[in-house]
Design a protein around this ligand. Structure first.
Ligand code: MG
Length: 377
């Protein structure tokens, strides 16, 4: 079997003028990403997502990957991750190399699954898994101030039992947002907060201590992703678990997070961490050291599908089965047709569970006419 076609499909979509939304660092209107479509000599099509703008993914694929992927057997997928660090070795862990690799790698796994008739989570060694627990990623900062309660009320009405909210814009606002979310979600729901690396350690610690009474499951990116000493400082001085990974790329960056005990939860994004091959290595490193794995997902529906299959494959071992922790999967609740419109059957996270597709490969059917609507090249 060999790969005969490799296409990068840039996608983008923008909110109307004045309706920017985002995090403590600022607002944006445009969602841009890239799909990777592979085809093999027997006509099998595989899909992946490189979670980066199309122009850089196209250039990176052309420069580093196209020649080696065309003619390759997709079953040799794991050799691509190794070679991303060696050929040439200067670019290995960079975000755009790992993003381009992610798209190709996930598309290869989709082809492999379709060829052997198994969903990807079983190929990665996971037990049979039918559902995950989705958490609503919500309460974004908005360009025009909106009532903070409304998105949480909506998540509760939709049946979510877990949610992650944006904080990090100042101490008073942090406490008010967390207090509001906890009140509306109820005592039993899991509540996570995301500072998007907008604080110095001292600021993050002050907020972390003040929101401890609201039983926060994790604080995401309290300080900038590069600030390893800052992570160490925060982690040593608060009791709430810390999570990071959406701005870490490749196995070596995650190894530092795990080895140096900088976080309690690693969050690889399947469109940026290097793909399923690299994510499996990351999960093996993390679970070996009893660090939790919860993928970051802010992708198109193809990236969501990759994250679902990956999350379904991760073993809870060695965490004790007497204190069960559900495998939670981030589900962005902001408007984004790249997530909600490009599959024949979109994922439905409402009602408290998310079905894991059992069909071969990623288990999705991409609606190519919908993809064309958002194509941006
Ligand atoms: Mg985040």
């Amino acid at each position: 079997m060999e790969i005969t076609d490799l296409e990068v499909i840039p996608l983008s979509w923008s909110l109307p003028e004045g309706e920017g939304m985002g995090d403590s660092r600022g607002f944006g209107r445009t969602r841009a990403t890239s799909l990777v479509r592979l085809e093999t000599d027997d006509g099998t099509v595989g899909w992946g997502e490189a979670f980066a703008p199309g122009s850089v993914v196209e250039a990176t694929v052309d420069e580093l990957f196209r020649d080696r992927v065309l003619g390759m057997d997709p079953f040799d997928v794991e050799s691509l991750a190794d070679r991303s660090y060696t050929d040439p070795y200067h670019f290995g862990g960079s975000v755009f190399v790992q993003s381009a690799l992610s798209g190709i790698d996930v598309a290869c796994w989709d082809v492999i699954g379709k060829t052997v008739g198994r969903p990807v989570h079983r190929l990665l060694g996971g037990e049979e898994c039918h559902t995950l627990t989705p958490y609503a990623s919500t309460m974004y900062f908005t360009a025009e101030e909106q009532p903070i309660a409304e998105p949480i009320e909506r998540a509760v009405a939709e049946g979510f039992t877990a949610a992650k909210i944006k904080i990090g814009s100042g101490f008073e606002a942090d406490v008010e947002r967390v207090r509001t979310a906890r009140k509306l979600l109820g005592e039993d729901a899991a509540l996570m907060v995301d500072m998007n690396g907008n604080y110095r350690p001292r600021q993050a610690i002050k907020t972390a201590r003040a929101i401890e009474e609201y039983d926060v499951a994790w604080i995401e990116e309290p300080v900038p992703p590069e600030n390893e000493s800052g992570y160490r400082e925060v982690k040593n001085r608060i009791d709430t678990p810390i999570a990071a990974g959406e701005a870490h790329y490749g196995r070596f960056a995650f190894k530092r997070l795990v080895d140096d005990r900088l976080v309690d939860v690693v969050q690889p994004n399947l469109g940026r961490c290097g793909g399923l091959s690299e994510a499996r290595l990351i999960a093996d490193m993390a679970t070996t050291e009893n660090v939790a794995v919860r993928p970051h997902v802010w992708n198109s529906a193809v990236g969501v599908a990759a994250a679902v299959q990956f999350a379904a494959s991760v073993s809870p071992y060695p965490h004790t089965r007497n204190v069960p922790e559900p495998m939670m999967l981030e589900f962005d609740r902001s408007e984004n047709p790249l997530r909600s419109e490009i599959l024949e059957t979109p994922f439905d996270p409402t009602g408290g569970t998310l079905d894991v597709p059992q069909e071969p490969g990623l288990g999705i059917s991409v609606d190519e006419s919908a993809v064309e609507r958002y194509r941006d090249d």
